[in-house]
Design a protein around this ligand. Structure first.
Ligand code: ADP
Length: 223
């Protein structure tokens, strides 16, 4: 692979003193600008793989390389997640007490100093996901698809070049799932952002340029 953004080198992740092996000696690369889907049965290590790629979790053995950098500290990972990595969760993980606009604004604290500038940037992202008119609503007043759009706007607000999504359509109906995937693909196409999506949905997986299949903590297929 020519340009690599992230790499796992002989990575294992164990829990419970080694009684549970979530990933076992996995070596893989994610290419710059790639659209990669990760499939496999429940419990096969997909989320663990995604968390490791974003530094949200650390390997028991082996190493992760991000953009050529190895031995990344927790602090450096936090900085990378604030500036270069966007993470989207199945259950949206929005803050219920904040409005849509405020939720999108959260990652800008510590990055953009002026509040007017932050508001404008968050508003631009809400427009981008088609929800400018919902900016003052709280998540409780929004549909599942709208909540996921807000979560996507939040993940994109610092212009990441690496987007990771863990079952982003797992809580949505078929039509809304397609809309959310169209949105993620349009971002990938427009900005050549690297896109890695964990999904059970084979129709979604088949839209990716490459699909990895996890089985029992190892990569059983790479097509
Ligand atoms: P998937 O995303 O494919 O469903 P996961 O990566 O979530 O799989 O989990 C892989 C294995 O690791 C499963 O057996 C799961 O129960 C176990 N596991 C994941 N996280 C933890 C944890 N924090 N503590 C103990 N076991 C865990």
């Amino acid at each position: 692979m020519k340009n690599v953004i992230a790499e796992l080198k002989h990575v294992s992740r164990e829990y419970d003193g080694g009684r549970i092996v979530a990933l076992q000696d996995v070596t893989m690369q994610v290419g710059l600008g790639e659209w990669l889907s990760i499939t496999g049965p429940s419990g096969s290590g997909k989320s663990t793989l995604l968390h490791l790629l974003s530094g949200l979790d650390r390997p028991t053995t082996g190493s992760i390389v991000f953009d050529g950098r190895e031995k990344i500290s927790s602090r450096q990972w936090a900085r990378l997640r604030a500036r270069r990595i966007g993470f989207i969760f199945q259950s949206f993980n929005l803050m219920p007490a904040l409005t849509a606009l405020e939720n999108v604004e959260v990652p800008l604290f510590g990055v953009m100093r002026r509040s007017a500038q932050r508001r404008q940037r968050a508003m631009d992202l809400l427009e981008r996901v088609g929800l400018a008119d919902r900016s003052r609503q709280r998540p409780g007043a929004l549909s599942g698809g709208e909540r996921q759009r807000i979560a996507i706007a939040r993940a994109l607000v610092n212009s990441p070049d690496f987007i990771l999504a863990d079952e982003p359509t797992g809580n949505l109906d078929t039509r809304t799932s397609r809309e959310i995937m169209d949105l993620l693909e349009s971002i990938h196409n427009a900005e050549r952002t690297t896109l890695v999506v964990v999904t059970h949905d084979m129709q979604i997986a088949s839209c990716a340029g490459r699909t990895i299949r996890c089985v029992d903590g190892v990569i059983a297929g790479d097509t």
